[in-house]
Design a protein around this ligand. Sequence first.
Ligand code: GLN
Length: 288
Amino acid sequence: MTSCCSLSHLLLAATRRLEAAGIPADEARAEARLLLQAALGLSREQMYLRPDADVDQAGAARFDSLVARRGRREPLAYITGTRAFYGLDFTVSPAVLIPRPETELLVEAALRHLEGVETPRIADVGTGSGCIAIALAAHLPRARAWASDISPEALEVARANAERHGVAGRVTLAEGDRLKPLAASAPFDTILSNPPYIGEREVDALMPEVRDWEPRVALTPGDDALAFYRHLANEAPPLLAAGGLLAVEVGQGQAEAVAALWTEADLKEVNILPDYAGIGRVVRGIAR
Ligand code: GLN
């Protein structure tokens, strides 16, 4: 096969193209590099060591089609099919929300709570890629998790991830709305959720990667951004063991309102955990 251009040449051209598509300059360069690695099957080191290496036409064509997708603002994780979460690589597709670093705080809050529990029983409501339940099962070898999602396509992705991380035997996936398909497995030591929490009318203002590509059912519960939390406040406490933890991720500005719902639901030790930007991100409470 005849060669076309060097790695560094392709990288520069792709970076310009992504910038022109509205992706900020520093991200454009880093993402172009990751797409080139994906297209050519190269490691980071190989890319850095031989910037002048020639790329054959087939490789350049593969790279071109990946860059074109990213230029249409398809999220990088859907193009590469993977995203790291809590130290594990998760398979992702447009059927699931892409795991976010903020959500790792919810996993940490659960791990702290479950420290003294010998065989933890965990519920994950709206599991999507399965990242919360699977990260916990992987870190707690004696834990069992039950995870629900209303989307059968999402559950297929979660199943693939559970198998990928060797926890499929301890993570039960159930199709259905919220806690309904999980209630029969109660009581739980913790119930966790990163639910849809964006008001329907705010979705249009989101960045194109989210607005145009991520599943709407994972983003918004409808007009009332707090709707999912209101349901959880009613449905979760009766399914918790005494002393069990209800913890959720919330959107910016929602923490106080969700904490009030937890207090009204008669949970104790209700508090708000901030993310690295200082935004209230996790609301937790303990069942009596
Ligand atoms: N639980 C999954 C996550 O945290 C999916 C959340 C969702 O779809 N809202 O990424």
